[in-house]
Design a binder for this molecule. Structure first.
Ligand code: ADP
Ligand code: ADP
Length: 227
């Protein structure tokens, strides 16, 4: 089943002489449970693509369908709700809220929706993330690897259709990177979580089911590396 379909995505920043065509007629689909690595040189359009898939940056033209919903046809307020429920975002620099504890950061997407936290589920998730002894810590009391595990928890708490990660190991040493890769792979394989990860990290790309390479805003390679 296809969970994501993008068609003829183009993104142009600016106008006139200084216009930059960051994405140029990009189309592809992703199936439920697929783990896709997006690779390519700096400035090739990877982050732009991820932001558009995540519902945070409108394309100049083209469509993004997630579970059949044309997300940019939604009204802004409905798009915000859709994003919170159906898209988990993981960033290189974690983007945690500094005044909220680990548990509060992870459950934020639920609470913003006025939904109840299932304490048993939360405690299971905290264990999977090896954060059960850091529940009430603040982000600045955590190592980088721990902060990234919090952001993975926040991305997963709503069981979103899609998890999108932009260089999730870019700020971590090799030991912490390896742990993050293992976790992402675990949620992908064991929970069938669809995952799209931008990475320069070979170790992530080698774990993916499929590698899409972007160059100059276009797909230069799209290869299934694991059936
Ligand atoms: P990557 O993630 O592969 O490094 P980006 O998607 O960040 O690439 O950038 C693609 C191109 O779009 C680059 O040429 C970049 O300079 C340009 N770009 C990205 N964001 C903006 C912006 N907000 N305004 C203008 N140009 C941008
Ligand atoms: P790492 O070895 O992964 O870089 P750190 O040396 O930053 O980790 O932290 C080691 C342990 O100490 C971590 O488990 C972290 O939770 C804890 N820790 C780090 N900084 C603080 C702090 N300011 N307050 C409380 N605990 C901290």
């Amino acid at each position: 089943m296809e969970i994501l379909t993008i068609e003829h995505l183009t993104k142009i920043y600016g106008k006139g002489d200084t216009a930059v065509r960051a994405l140029d007629d990009v189309s592809f689909s992703v199936s439920k449970g697929e783990f896709v690595a997006i690779v390519g040189p700096s400035g090739s359009g990877k982050s732009t693509l991820l932001h558009i898939l995540g519902g945070v940056d409108r394309p100049t033209s083209g469509t993004v369908r997630i579970e059949g919903n044309d997300i940019y046809a939604l009204h802004e307020s409905n798009l915000a709700i859709f994003r919170r429920r159906q898209i988990g975002l993981i960033y290189q620099f974690y983007n945690l809220i500094p005044v909220l504890t680990v548990a509060e950061n992870i459950t934020l997407p639920l609470r913003l929706d006025g939904r109840k936290v299932d304490e048993q589920e939360l405690s299971g998730l905290l264990s999977m993330l090896s954060l059960q002894n850091r529940v009430n810590h603040l982000p600045n009391q955590l190592s980088g690897g721990q902060q990234q595990r919090v952001s993975i928890g926040r991305a997963l708490i709503n069981h979103p259709a899609l998890v999108l990660a932009d260089e999730p190991t870019g700020n971590l040493d090799s030991k912490n990177s390896a742990e993050i890769v293992e976790l992402l792979k675990y949620f992908n394989r064991e929970m069938n979580q669809t995952l799209i990860v931008i990475t320069h990290d070979e170790r992530i790309a080698l774990q993916a089911d499929r590698i899409i390479a972007i160059e100059d805003g276009r797909i230069s390679r799209d290869e299934v590396v694991r059936a």
